[in-house]
Design a protein around this ligand. Structure first.
Ligand SMILES: [Zn+2]
Length: 296
């Protein structure tokens, strides 16, 4: 009788052990597959289209200007199609492993620092809950904006306007050089002239872009971390100088979708699609998202 009870107990314990072992194995396998898919997601690059706007003004649109209505239609299209506009800081944070990115991120940028970025674009960014980087040219602000300010058609942003944009919380200010936004200054934008001595080139960049960083720091209280190459003219030798000046992201004009990883270097040389006002919103978005379908 005693032996019989012991035997039954032994069998019960054996079954219990088998159940516990099976459960552990199941949980182990589930856990491992979850970690595996999280690692897979973390390693998968995030496709990022970047839009490059310039002027936003009434009248006939051009290759570098859209009407406020076109900009409104674009932002509405992006919102309706599940895009979330991200900031440069969010992208930098992502590469450093500090935050995640939304499902369909898009970066919105405006170049050259037109006053209408404040008067026409900012209210639309607010309406559609979106963010943008506005990259300004120092000499345009200092000379042209001061001489003829606040025309929505053609004026550039004054230093006060730039500070107002930054204070809106919707706009990050980018550096578009102090006085290298020209094709007639002996070089194309801030590109290196063929045969130019590397040290001379670095000195020229440091003088001009360094001055712009100082000016912006003076007027905003902090210096930008985004640099937009004028005319998308990129010389590889500019990269170490821009890093030295504190930039964490650079913008070009090559039109293709970017792949964002956890490596901070992937933010150097981001490609952008120029939003020509000669396209309808539908036509432009077709171009912007053409390659996206392959990457998602
Ligand atoms: Zn420009």
């Amino acid at each position: 009788m005693y032996e019989c009870c012991n035997f039954r107990r032994f069998v019960r314990l054996l079954i219990l052990d088998a159940v516990i072992f099976s459960l552990c194995a199941v949980f182990f396998l589930i856990g491992r597959s979850m970690i595996g898919s999280a690692e897979e997601n973390a390693a998968k690059p995030v496709p990022l289209p970047v839009i490059m706007y310039h002027s936003v003004r009434e009248g006939q649109p051009g290759q570098y200007s859209v009407t406020p209505e076109q900009l409104g239609d674009d932002l509405s299209w992006l919102a309706e199609n599940g895009f979330t506009s991200v900031t440069a800081q969010e992208l930098i944070g992502y590469t450093l492993g500090e935050n995640e990115l939304p499902e369909r991120p898009v970066l919105i940028t405006f170049d050259d620092g037109f006053y209408n970025n404040l008067s026409a674009a900012l209210p639309l960014l607010e309406k559609y809950d979106m963010y943008a980087v506005v990259s300004v040219v120092g000499s345009y602000t200092e000379k042209l904006a001061a001489a003829d300010p606040h025309s929505p058609a053609y004026s550039y942003l004054t230093w006060e306007d730039i500070a107002e944009l930054a204070a809106s919380g919707r706009v990050e200010i980018g550096d578009h050089t102090y006085d290298m936004h020209s094709l007639y200054n002996g070089r194309r934008g801030c590109g290196r002239v063929p045969g130019e001595d590397a040290e001379d080139y670095a000195l020229a960049l440091r003088a001009d872009i360094g001055l712009m960083q100082t000016e912006l720091h003076e007027h905003l209280g902090c210096a930008p971390v985004v640099f937009a190459y004028p005319f998308g003219e990129v010389s590889p030798e500019s990269v170490p100088v821009l890093r030295e000046l504190g930039f964490r992201m650079t913008l070009t004009c090559r039109e293709r979708v970017n792949l964002i990883t956890r490596a901070p270097d992937c933010l150097f040389g981001l490609s952008r699609f120029n939003r020509s006002g000669l396209y309808s919103t539908g036509e432009f978005m077709e171009l912007l998202t053409k390659d996206l379908k392959n990457e998602e």
